[in-house]
Design a protein around this ligand. Structure first.
Ligand SMILES: Nc1ncnc2c1ncn2[C@@H]1O[C@H](COP(=O)(O)OP(=O)(O)O)[C@@H](O)[C@H]1O
Ligand SMILES: [Mg+2]
Length: 256
């Protein structure tokens, strides 16, 4: 067994990454010379104003988009397109309406060559992990928004990724559901020992979930900032250090 490789599972490195888009015949720089190191098993939240490049960065990490310059390394290997060591979760889970929860979660595994029985056994494990054990026979239209998103998370986990990439996964949920889902995500992250990269516009969510917060600026010339969230877990939103951290993060945006 290679011990060195093992300790690097899920490590993400971003080197000198730049990305711009063409807009009305002009180049719109979005990410400029970004550097980032995420150790295996850590949780990083990406925050910043609308249009600052959060989704762009996540898509590049996922291998869905390519940077103009620079590169992304996973466990030291350059990313060339999508890979099974990474799974992406979007705001809308995009479930197949004609399949049950079990069908939706096991579908990708049969496509990958597992037998129906193997796929369903593994799918059931993750359906239970996200707390939907009693709903495997339900159809998407019978689920609440929070439940549908849990199915999406179970589906992403079935391929047993090292890295979970989430783009505002709780953004469409009601406030109460969101708080429960933040606790659930923390539990799943710890149990599965995955690296988590989460885009959110909710600063409290970023502090609750992550070890590090990357603040992407909108203003030209401003530099991204990386802030460590060194609060003990489980975290308490009303605890004074949590509140102080929220104030500090809001100050990054000129808010008080
Ligand atoms: N495929 C694309 N073509 C052109 N412009 C794009 C494309 N994707 C994103 N952009 C632009 O890049 C900027 C960053 O977008 P995005 O990463 O989606 O921001 P965020 O997720 O932070 O709101 C925006 O100005 C957006 O209009
Ligand atoms: Mg976005």
């Amino acid at each position: 067994m290679n011990v060195v490789e093992d300790t690097r599972r899920g490590e993400v490195t971003v080197r000198d990454l730049s990305k711009s888009f063409a807009l009305n015949g002009q180049r719109l720089p979005v990410l400029r010379n970004l550097q980032l190191d995420i150790r295996g098993g850590e949780a990083l939240a990406i925050v910043g104003p609308s249009g600052c490049g959060k989704t762009t960065l996540l898509r590049i990490l996922a291998g869905l988009d390519r940077p103009d310059t620079g590169e992304v390394l996973i466990d030291g290997h350059p990313v060339r397109g999508v890979g099974t060591e990474r799974a992406v979760i979007f705001q809308e889970p995009r479930l197949l309406p004609w399949l049950t929860v079990l069908g939706n979660v096991s579908f990708g595994l049969t496509v990958r060559g597992l037998t129906q029985a193997e796929a369903e056994t593994r799918a059931r494990h993750y359906i239970r992990l996200v707390g939907l054990g009693d709903f495997e026979a339900a159809y998407p239209r019978q689920l609440s928004g929070g439940m549908a998103q849990r199915v999406g998370i179970a589906r992403a986990l079935t391929v047993q990724p090292e890295i979970l990439l989430l783009d505002e996964p709780l953004g469409a949920l009601y406030a109460m559901t969101k708080l429960t889902m933040q606790e659930e995500l923390t539990r799943i992250w710890r149990e599965e020992k995955v690296t988590m990269v989460l885009v959110t516009h909710d600063l409290e969510e970023a502090i609750y979930l992550s070890d590090w917060v990357l603040v992407l600026p909108k203003a030209k010339g401003a530099l991204p900032r990386l802030i460590e969230i060194d609060l003990p877990r489980p975290r308490d939103r009303s605890e004074s250090r949590f509140v102080a951290m929220r104030k500090r993060l809001m100050a990054e945006f000129g808010l008080h």
